[in-house]
Write a protein that binds this ligand. Structure first.
Ligand code: GLU
Length: 282
């Protein structure tokens, strides 16, 4: 099977050392396997995503020597398609409309960050019928209903990477407690959950290996559940260690001090960046 992986940053800030590590790892694994390395802009957060950040990301990747294959996919080009596929493909009794406040919903669909408690939706609107959706209502996944309908053989997926090589079983009790009824779309506001967009894109792009940071480790089960509901293939997941600052905190977009552009301006070479993140020379 051909090896296809992707680097999928959100263009909401400059790339930092953590992104560089993720991108180099995915690129090198693809090249070592004779496979493809794709670039995708996860720009469904239309307020915070900026073209100048997307341009900066491409510039940094080129500087690092990480050439990508084929055109760049931009999630913002596909939002209507994600929504219509959600309507068409997911059995409708797994979805329900939700009118809970925007801030509740924002916290539920935001790409999860390490150290931030993920707010499991309390189920206020779970009783609502699918066809009672009003303009502005979000659509949520009824996770308990979906889990109850999937055969046990569907609740496992292939995983490689340090410390978790092999196969991971999805624990339904943990998934309900940690993830809950995620928002998959919000009508009229062009908001599509990262979970949904990434699953559809990975399938459309033929991604066989998802290589990304450990911060997304706990949220992979919901993506696998969506793949099962959509009838899509499940890639192999590889979660890598996170690059941390001197205090041991995970780097975030706001850590401009670790931005690649800063190291570049100070005269660092791509080989220096590899060394800084603990990767061998290519
Ligand atoms: N766009 C996500 C992020 O920047 C990564 C998504 C993924 O690799 O699946 O955290």
């Amino acid at each position: 099977m051909a090896f296809v992986t992707r680097f999928a940053p959100s263009p909401t800030g400059p790339l930092h050392l953590g992104h560089a590590y993720s991108a180099i790892l995915a690129h090198d694994m693809a090249r070592a396997a004779g496979g493809r390395f794709l670039l995708r802009m996860d720009d469904t957060d239309l307020e915070r995503s900026k073209p100048e950040y997307a341009a900066g990301i491409q510039d940094d990747l080129n500087w690092l020597g990480l050439g990508w294959d084929g055109p760049i996919r931009r999630q913002s080009d596909h939002i209507a398609a994600y929504n219509s596929r959600l309507e068409a493909l997911v059995p409708q009794d797994f979805l329900y409309p939700c009118s809970c406040t925007r801030s509740d919903i924002r916290s539920a669909i935001a790409a999860p960050q390490e150290g931030v408690v993920f707010h499991v939706y309390p189920g206020t609107c779970r009783h609502r019928r699918r066809d009672s959706r009003r303009p502005g209502d979000a659509l949520r996944l009824n996770l308990a209903a979906a889990l109850a309908r999937l055969p046990a053989s569907d609740l496992a997926f292939p995983e490689t990477g340090p410390g978790h090589a092999g196969f991971r079983r999805i624990d339904p009790v943990a998934a309900l407690a940690q993830i809950g009824d995620v928002v998959l779309s919000r009508k009229g506001e062009d908001i599509v959950a990262y979970f949904l967009a990434a699953v559809l894109d990975d399938a459309d792009q033929g991604v066989t290996h998802v290589i990304r940071g450990d911060d997304l480790f706990d949220f992979t089960p919901v993506q696998v559940i969506l793949q099962r509901l959509f009838g899509l293939p499940t890639p192999t997941y590889h979660h890598h260690r996170l690059i941390r600052d001197d205090q041991g905190k995970r780097l975030a977009k706001r850590d401009d001090a670790r931005a690649l552009s800063k190291f570049r301006a100070e005269g660092a070479t791509p080989a220096d960046i590899r060394r800084m993140v603990g990767l061998p020379k290519p």
